[in-house]
Unconditional design. Sequence first.
Lengths: 553, 334
Amino acid sequence: MIELQHVTFTYPDGRAPALNDVSLVLAPGGMSVITGPSGCGKSTLLRCLNGLVPHYSGGHMSGRIRVAGQDPIAESPHGMARHVGMVQQDPEAQFVMDVVEDEIAFALETSGLSRSAMRMRVEETLDLLQLVPLRRRQVLTLSGGEKQKVVIAAALALRPDVLILDEPTSQLDPQSAETVLTALAGLNNDLGLTILLSEHRLDRVLQFADTLIVMRAGAAITGPTAQLAGTLAHPPPIIQIATAMGWSPLPLTIKRGRAHSERTRLAPAPAARAKAPARPILEVIGVTASHGTNRVLNHVSLIAGAGELTALMGRNGSGKSTLLRSIVGLQKVQHGSIRMAGHDISRMPVAERCRHIAYLPQDPNAMLFAPTVRDEVAATLRNHQVPVTEERGLITRMLETLGIDHLANAYPRDLSTGERQRVALAAILVTNPIALLLDEPTRGLDGSAKHALGTYLISCQARGLAIVLVTHDTEFAAELADRVIVLASGEVIADGSPHDVLAHSPVFSTQVAKLFPGSGWLTATQVLATRQPASQTLSAENQTDAVNLTHNG
Amino acid sequence: MRHPLGWVAWLAACSASVWRTRNPLYLILAVLAIVLVRNSSKTESDNPSVSSWRWIFAMVPISALFNALWTRVGDTRLFVLPDWLPLVGGAITLEALTYGAQNGLVLLALLLAFSVVNQHLSIHDWISFVPRVFHQLAVVVTIAVTYVPLSIREIHVIRDAQTIRGHQPRGARDWVPLFVPLLTGALERALTLSESMAARGFAAPVKPSWSLQGSVIAGAALICLGGLTPMLSNQIHGLIFILPGIALVVIALLFSERRSGVVRYEVQHLWRMDMLALFLSVVVVLLPMAPWLDSRSLVYYPYPVLTAPAFDPWFGGGMMLIAFPAFLAKRSHI
């Protein structure tokens, strides 16, 4: 169905090829996952399959591509629209119409189909993705998962042979991602639709994939998922444990993993030692807040101590982001108070609060405007009237701390997602705050960027910062958090240690907790540390590098 | 009411009624009628733009304030601003304030009516009013219009992101941190959308027909020639070229319509309620022209001294008739 032979592609201003001698063959009816670090060429490879590269990007290409028997270069994206459906990361950026049914019919209106055939196609597509109850809804009022399903339905309306998806779940919460992936698995199993998707969150998708394509620096290695998964640089916890314990065949699902884990004798996790209460830095006391007439927070209380990392979890719309915005003063608080280091800051202006409480919003791009990374950080200091004489030293130290000093003169928006996030962190942390609030910082990050962020947060804890982290990433929270708070409908429904909250929750438990139920262990690092001497503990860095495998193309 | 034509007719009736008068009593009735239609809307909770209504209502005080500051006409002085204040120095009068509020009411009524119609018509409905030959252009224009609310939302996100870095805009240079992310974000979104549309076959090139292209060019040339002819001879000779030119272009467009390859997914039927809506819209437009009515109360001018506006129950009733979609909606629900 998809065949690439020695494909090399370089963007017009590119110094190195984005795709470097890529050869692969994907059979019809399969579901394949492309993975690799940011900027490795995943999106370029996907866009080659429907001709967007090089037709929309320009650049130089060599090699041969065939998709459903067509040559995308000769056919152009318009010609390939009948053979390849495409879904991108952000569903909202892809909507043309404002109503679900009209969005699905959009491509059909210029396809030459009769009106009755169009009606049939739209009805079938609505049924396939279970969108019938939503057909007359405004697309902007749908949940994240529903929006992405509408985009998939719109791509499928022309009945393509292949569906390509570029990180389709990166903007979604776990429940929405599950909805989308289940829908894709259904299309693949029931209709035999060939699906190719790129994804960083392998713990979500690996179980569905027949074939894994591992990319690095433009090169690609293809193989059966069970064979390649063990060689990944940042594998999901189940793969880390299975590889270390020598489970064969490599289990890709929790169900299969349990067949092995039930035979593994594992000491129960020791009871969490009670920590001495940390000095309170942030105190949220009975805060209530509303969006119009809709109450979003209802008497929420929280204390974040020095050197403590508190993870805030809960489904979309539960009030997590609103709580962070209330703390920094972007959201008006109706009742309750907020205290910083013992002082009530309810009347303190936002700018003044943010000098002491750094806040990283969901989209760091909204912060970046300066021509260089150094200027970006300097802008914050100038906003806070820091003397110019102190500026240079502060910026240099901040960039070095975050490991981006080599990018000081780079244009921030040209950087990778992880690097941009670090620039935004530098811009908010340069005032030397006492607390750090992060809103879904792992969204869109690849494995190494997430690992780097985790390491940096640990160093912030060591320096005594109080950290509040809003996240959907259970594995990340289990690795780092001292305390987990779960919000639902604007109220705190769980508050305790990660073990107390995450180990037994059907929604928020980690892969390891599901693999070893009742053991009390939450992360692969903890489990493997019980089995091996510390020097042999498996870590992401000492995994076999995927690039060392032989090409199969 | 289901058919888009019904809503467009209602919008036309609202606009005509509001434009015809400056009487604040009639204008207030028109605003009340439109608000009634808005509140009867069952799609209210679906529409994310409802929160912007408060900005529309701000039209009245803003217009009143501007007119009072710039206009020096009227006998009832409220207070006097010092003369050394550039442009706004001088007497502020009650009449100027009232005249500004009148104009604000007209703007308010029109904007409210547009937002109500926008609430009921989808992008697809708007596009269906455009001839199929201009389908691609209509889609592009509609997308451009829908970018406005998206950009407003983006501005809020960017403003918050800059505020948490201590940013407080004072001079023109301080707007750069807001403008640059907004522009680059909009460009990135436009690029994603254009890729998405191309991947769905939008703007697939249709083979050009030489005969049709030739007809349009020939027609346009005849029209130009007809336009130039009066300079050389008389206007009648010009029409000899212009009329066949227009006919040629229209015929070419009609043929292009068939060849456009665009088939509308949904063609709405005119139901009884839609027919009634069309009829009532015509009544709203024609009622003030009734020969037995004295139309003087439609005119109201607050200068030089403010007086009470006249009120004719016929015109008042005509303005309240604008609320008919609220009652049709109730009947449709039954």
